[in-house]
Design a protein. Structure first.
Length: 478
């Protein structure tokens, strides 16, 4: 459905008094001109393309250097064996973190940047800094064995967690609108640590293979099998668990908003300190005796993993509750059906809505069904962003660009409502989110709808604010 063909009756515009819908939608700029902030020109380094190119170039150079260092350390054959074994847990970890981010998925470019930073930049910093520090300690103390232990338990946790935290910090600072809470912190930190562990596993597994080649050991008794079992089978989550603590610190800081400046600085540092402490405990477990590793693994790492998993799922459920809290005001104004906030607050109902849109529109052309399901998925994403935007405005005050961002999101919702609205309403009934005395209809309602959702006179939404000192900038922006 083209955006210019929408001719529906006008619903109540929730943000502007006495403004017609065509004027409201007409005020939204063309897609290529959508900007939340004025474009700054005149300096090439302020160009998005230049900055993206610089980041890609830097990560590519780091990747080439780390590739050369690891291959020199392990040999070509050991590198290929280590690469083939180290890549096995990566898809599983990435899928797990992406599953946590299903409510308001972040853009893949942020996650790929985080993974590349961990695999290339952070790994390169760790290899160089750890080697230099260990050599310096060994020279200063004349105790190489003690230097290795000190480097593993003190230097490595500080260096590695600091290097990984830089990726979370960069996304927190420069992609602030896409970093809104604990789940975002967990996911970004998880992708960063997964990339770092991937490179580190190549090095460890490649060295283990080289040792087996020298000793002639094969089979289950080989060093390679033992290293693979410990690092890939038993503890693929170790590095992600450490760095997730840093991500949680940034996520809680993001929930506080821009007004809590002390919290925005202190909480990430607390998370980073905890990540270093847990990392040091894990690396130093071998010094607790022959069973120290298993003691730390069973008594600390597994419970910590369970706690982090619970926190991530709880945070995701909190995001879903935000939809059911913030979106009804848009339903009351006519932008959504009354059932849509209930459906959008349920992952099961969201899936049902996409499946039903695909089923209703797939005959006779399956491509239309796929397009309809994609439209519903986009509608769900925009509605989630709208709810999170309003929640942040209520807790932290409506920023100067709140009106523009809200207009763009409502614009996107309006042009997908004919497909997404009926599908989500059906899903709310089918999943029991909206109780009624009879079963949901077996087929789709007519498309497109020619009447607005909701009844009654136009209503105006309350401004999302706490205290504005006698004025309301939410209204002044209009």
């Amino acid at each position: 459905m083209s955006e210019g063909s929408v001719q529906h009756q006008q619903p109540a515009v929730p943000v502007l008094e006495e403004q017609q819908l065509d004027e409201f939608l007409g005020a939204v700029p063309e897609r290529g001109q959508w900007r939340y902030r004025p474009r700054r020109v005149g300096m090439v380094w302020r160009s998005k393309a230049f900055r993206a190119g610089a980041v890609i170039t830097m990560l590519a150079l780091c990747g080439l250097v780390i590739l050369a260092l690891v291959r020199r350390e392990t040999g070509t054959e050991g590198f290929l064996v280590g690469l083939g074994l180290a890549v096995l847990p990566v898809p599983l970890l990435m899928a797990a973190f992406r599953w946590l981010d299903r409510v308001e998925p972040g853009p893949w470019r942020n996650l790929l940047f985080a993974f590349a930073w961990g695999a290339c930049a952070a790994a390169l910093v760790a290899i160089i800094a750890n080697s230099f520090a260990t050599q310096w300690i060994a020279t200063a103390t004349a105790d190489p064995a003690g230097a290795d232990t000190l480097g593993a338990t003190v230097v490595a946790p500080v260096v590695e967690e600091s290097a990984k935290a830089v990726a979370v910090l960069l996304i927190f600072l420069f992609r602030r609108r896409q970093f809104g809470g604990i789940v975002d912190g967990i996911v970004v930190a998880g992708f960063t640590a997964t990339g770092f562990a991937f490179t580190e596993n190549i090095l460890y597994l490649g060295n283990a293979f080289g040792e087996d080649q020298q000793l002639g050991t094969t089979g289950f008794a080989s060093v390679t099998v033992g290293t693979f079992f410990v690092r890939v089978v038993m503890s693929p989550f170790a590095h992600p668990l450490f760095t997730v603590l840093t991500g949680i610190g940034f996520g809680v800081a993001a929930l506080g908003g821009a007004r809590h400046r002390v919290r925005r600085v202190v909480l990430p540092l607390v998370g980073l300190g905890l990540a270093m402490g847990v990392h040091a405990l894990w690396n130093g477990s071998s010094s607790f005796g022959p069973y120290g590793f298993y003691l730390v693994y069973g008594a600390f790492m597994m419970p910590a993993l369970g706690l982090m998993t619970w926190l991530a799922i709880w945070s995701r459920q909190r995001e879903l509750r935000t939809l059911s809290t913030e979106l009804p005001v848009y339903a009351a104004a006519g932008w959504l059906t009354p059932a849509e906030p209930l459906a959008l607050a349920s992952m099961r109902a969201r899936g049902v809505a996409r499946d039903m849109a695909r089923h209703w529109n797939s005959h006779p052309d399956p491509a239309r069904g796929r397009a309809a399901a994609r439209a519903v998925a986009e509608y769900e994403s925009f509605a989630t962003s709208l709810a999170m935007l309003r929640r942040r405005a209520r807790h932290d005050g409506a920023g100067r660009d709140f009106a523009v961002r809200e207009q763009e999101l409502l614009h996107h919702l309006w042009h997908r409502r004919d497909i997404a609205g009926p599908a989500l309403t059906y899903a709310a009934h089918a999943t029991g989110r909206l109780r009624r005395t009879h079963r949901p209809p077996p087929g789709p309602p007519p498309f497109p709808r020619q009447v607005p959702y909701g009844n009654g006179p136009p209503q105006r939404l309350p401004a999302p604010h706490r205290h504005y000192g006698g004025h309301n900038p939410y209204l002044e922006d209009r």
